[in-house]
Design a protein around this ligand. Structure first.
Ligand SMILES: *Cc1c(COP(=O)(O)O)cnc(C)c1O
Length: 362
């Protein structure tokens, strides 16, 4: 089967390691002699509860999550957290700071305005979100209930290379597209969340890592399914959790551990990304969207400046087995999403293709 696989540069849902898919395939119809698939198991069964607990333990180990943080396995996607975060946290002071550096932080900011007084810590839209502000550029309110930012801008291809310093104000971070791609000091955060479909598992699971003590001041109208306090009390099992995705996350976490953990992932990340940036910077035809110093190690955005030529690039790449390179409609051009599961050979093949295209069309 493996000879039919392509190099998939999709932004999400995105590539998973072949060995993870094969292991899931081998266990698909009969998980550990249970005679059934994980998809068919009661979420309250001993066998699934073991998967659930082991997956939490593996994530805690790999990310070095301190004991006073809860790990929640939720649904409603990363976008659900755009609402859940203000619903649960804004009443701490009625105010929050939002750093808008791309599409998803902007959506989160617009949503939060329904529930409290929101200040912009920064807004990079006038530069088409091609850069990340420095710490000294951030406008912060010491009375904010929390400070919100998105660590990696999936659409524009920028990534924060530092953790903002916010003093006593809890830091809230959307890590949907770069979680597990580097070691992170979780103790600096109040809340980290990520939709699983970029770097962790199939779509349908949202991981929330929440410091103990932050839950419990939700607004009275908070929907039951968005109430962190209830989800903590019920260990994410108020209702049926996304069982299959949690199982897949467990397999993916084993794979990350076998490949050097988050340190190993960080090395591979910049090996892949720098290979592309170096080539694009030295090409005749291509320019990168993101400014040096703000560039993402996960989503590389670039263009020729000629839409017809961009379309030709995407089409010919696809014919060469390099698929899903079309950029988001907001940026145009191309985007190569090179998450943890993208093998180095995939990026090498893409570089060969870029070199040949540059020579032929430049
Ligand atoms: C994809 C993405 C989202 C939205 O995720 P959904 O699970 O589709 O709601 C939010 N934030 C970031 C950074 C993303 O990459």
């Amino acid at each position: 089967m493996s000879h039919t696989r392509v190099y998939n540069f999709a932004a999400g849902p995105s590539v998973l390691p072949l060995s993870v898919l094969e292991r899931a395939g081998a266990e698909l119809t009969n998980y550990r002699n249970s005679g059934m698939s994980v998809m068919e198991m009661s979420h309250r069964s001993k066998m699934f509860m073991d998967i659930f607990q082991e997956t939490k333990d593996k994530l805690r180990r790999l990310m070095n999550i301190p004991q006073d943080y809860h790990i929640l396995f939720l649904q409603t996607g990363a976008s659900g957290q755009f609402s859940a975060i203000p619903l649960n946290l804004i009443s701490r002071t009625g105010k929050a700071d939002y750093a808008v550096t791309g599409n998803f932080s902007n959506l989160a900011c617009q949503e939060a305005k329904k529930y409290g007084q929101i200040s912009l810590a920064c807004d990079t839209s006038s530069r088409n979100h091609s850069c990340i502000p420095r710490q000294t550029d951030l406008k912060r309110d010491p009375e904010a209930g929390y400070f919100y930012y998105c660590a990696n801008n999936t659409i524009y291809g920028t990534e924060w290379d530092y953790i903002p310093e916010t003093g006593a104000v809890p830091l809230v971070c959307d890590m949907s597209s770069n979680i597990l791609s580097m070691p992170v000091d979780v103790s600096k955060f109040g809340l980290i969340y990520a939709g699983a479909q970029k770097n962790m598992a199939p779509a349908g699971l949202t991981v929330v890592i929440l410091k103990d003590g932050l839950a419990g001041c939700e607004l009275p109208l908070t929907p039951l399914m968005m109430n962190y306090k209830i989800m903590i009390e019920k260990d994410s099992m108020y209702n049926t959790p996304p069982c299959w995705c949690i199982y897949m996350l467990g397999l993916m976490l084993d794979w990350v551990a076998e490949h050097g953990g988050t340190e190993g992932m960080e090395k591979l990340k910049w090996q892949r990304a720098n290979m592309l940036y170096d080539l694009l910077d030295s090409s005749r035809l291509f320019t990168c969207h993101a400014e040096p110093g703000s560039r993402s190690g996960m989503n590389v955005t670039f263009r020729t400046g000629d839409e017809t030529l961009d379309a030709k690039f995407v089409q010919q790449a696809e014919e060469a087995g390099l698929v899903n390179l079309k950029g988001h409609r907001k940026t145009g051009g191309m985007r190569a999403s090179i998450y943890n599961a993208m093998p180095l050979e995939g990026v090498e093949k893409l570089c060969d293709f870029i070199r040949a295209f540059d020579k032929e069309n430049g």
